[in-house]
Design a protein around this ligand. Structure first.
Ligand SMILES: [Zn+2]
Length: 482
């Protein structure tokens, strides 16, 4: 455990260093208030409510889109579709304003939003939509925006103008030489933009994956770099590590925690059957949960074959309910994969299923079965996880736990121990939630002696023991594996 903690401290320190860099921009306001990706009825994208929400969470900036209607007025919406209209630019202002967002707001006018901006602390990132009627040197929407900015006396030093239209960016850079103007297109190098007088690049993050050197080059030229729309934990981390100045995201709260280094570390405990994670790792998971880690149990199966005389579906139902009860005690979240107890498979589709789960969860630490085990499902679970560890580029620390050592787990020589004396009672309570498994005699016969023996090895009353996967990225690197 000592090692686990040291590694975590190193990760925290590493993330903290990044925090000075990237500023977080809510994409189209903070509409995804619960950060589930589904959005909220009360805060639709590009609404006054979503802009207020972005201000409330203290995001550095909020992006929003401006379109011009057929009669030359400005509205805030992404377009071309808005509610029931197919193309906002082909409709009159009054028609567009007659459309209502999911929270009952009329589609905002730019005037309305600018009034709000004057009152807020957040930096506006104003996207001018002129991309589908762009002609060289002809930027009517930009001209109207400029009039509105003047009318509302907007502080041009604390505003960013972005556009997919190079013409708009050129016009904005010329008219407002001190204002940050960022081009969205993605195909121009920093040198090319700089030659046009444009001071920033706001590109899809995959562009910076292809051209990481553009970040440094832009900085050398005194330009700013913004990456859109970065929603996945690993992508946010990578962009922050690359040194971009701003990250535009639909998950501003998550992104802020990542750059601040305050995002709780994610722990996955992956077992073959309901009760395996609790049995092998229950004490450690309770301790980690209490220490503020984000802990989730993953069950490969629902224990379909685990209750004698009870059919698969019915057994799965009972055992899924028992998982819920156990997790209520450990405090862990849980998720089930789709394998069947006693018939677990290992093939390309199953490798991919595990990989997709792990990529989605993006854990910092994973615990799973040790691969030498009398139970076929345990062996398969272990190998699936190990494969994902390799395929994600060893992106998490991997530890193996033991269950019923001697009977199930074999050849287990621990590298790490966790003293679980203080949480032994809760661990047993959680394990005994798996009532259908009648675990009391199993614990008495095998698990309790195992924990006591690991305690003797670790000089405490009771311990859980683990084997650490060597050659991980965060622990040490073998020179020959570089
Ligand atoms: Zn099992």
């Amino acid at each position: 455990m000592r090692r686990i903690i040291l590694v975590l401290a190193a990760i925290l320190a590493q993330t903290a260093v990044l925090s000075a860099q990237a500023k977080i921009i809510a994409h189209r306001g903070h509409w995804n208030v619960n950060e589930t990706g589904k959005g909220n009825v009360e805060t639709p994208q590009n609404s006054l409510a979503s802009y207020k929400a972005a201000d409330q969470i203290g995001a550095w900036g909020s992006e929003f889109d401006v379109n011009m209607t057929s009669d030359g007025q400005l509205v805030v919406c992404h377009g071309p579709r808005i509610v029931s209209l197919a193309d906002v630019q082909k409709e009159t202002f009054n028609t567009v304003r007659g459309e209502h967002l999911s929270n009952g707001e009329a589609v905002p006018s730019l005037d309305e939003l600018l009034v709000l901006i004057k009152k807020s602390k957040i930096r506006p990132i104003l996207e001018i939509k002129e991309d589908y009627r762009d002609k060289e040197g002809y930027v009517p929407c930009f001209d109207k925006v400029a009039q509105a900015l003047k009318k509302h006396r907007i502080d041009m030093d604390n505003l960013t103008i972005i556009s997919f239209s190079l013409e708009v960016c050129k016009a904005a850079a010329k008219k407002y030489p001190k204002t940050m103007v960022q081009y969205l297109g993605g195909e121009k190098s920093p040198d090319e933009l700089n030659a046009l007088g444009i001071k920033g690049l706001d590109y899809h993050y995959t562009v910076f994956d292809k051209h990481p050197e553009w970040v440094k080059r832009a900085h050398d030229l005194g330009m700013e770099v913004n990456a859109w729309t970065v929603d996945k934990k690993r992508d946010i981390k990578r962009m922050a590590a690359l040194g971009v100045d701003q990250i535009t995201t639909n998950y501003p709260v998550l992104a802020q925690k990542i750059v601040d280094g305050t995002l709780p570390k994610k722990v996955l405990i992956i077992g073959a059957h309901p009760d395996d994670p609790e049995t092998g790792c229950g004490g450690t998971m309770i301790l980690m949960k209490r220490a503020g880690y984000d802990v989730k149990c993953v069950y490969l199966t629902r224990g379909e074959a685990g209750i004698e005389g009870v059919k698969g579906d019915e057994a799965a139902k009972i055992r899924s309910e028992e998982v819920k009860n156990a997790c209520a005690i450990t405090g862990a979240d849980h998720v089930f994969l789709t394998q069947i107890d006693g018939q677990t498979e290992i093939n390309k589709a199953r490798y991919d299923e595990m990989l997709a789960l792990i990529q989605d969860e993006d854990p910092d630490i994973v615990f799973t079965h040790w691969p030498i085990d009398g139970h076929r499902d345990h062996r398969i679970c272990s190998i699936l996880v190990y494969d994902s560890w390799r395929r994600t580029g060893r992106s998490f620390d991997l530890y193996y736990f033991e269950v019923m050592t001697g009977v199930q787990t074999q050849n287990f020589n621990p590298t790490d121990y966790v003293d679980i004396t203080s949480v032994l009672e809760e661990k047993y309570k959680a394990c005994y939630c798996h009532k259908s498994q009648n675990l009391e005699p199993v614990f008495e016969g095998w698990h309790t002696p195992m924990e006591v023996f690991r305690g003797i090895e670790n000089r405490c009353k009771a311990a859980e023991a683990f084997i650490r996967q060597v050659n991980g990225n965060r622990i040490f690197e073998m020179p020959e594996n570089k």
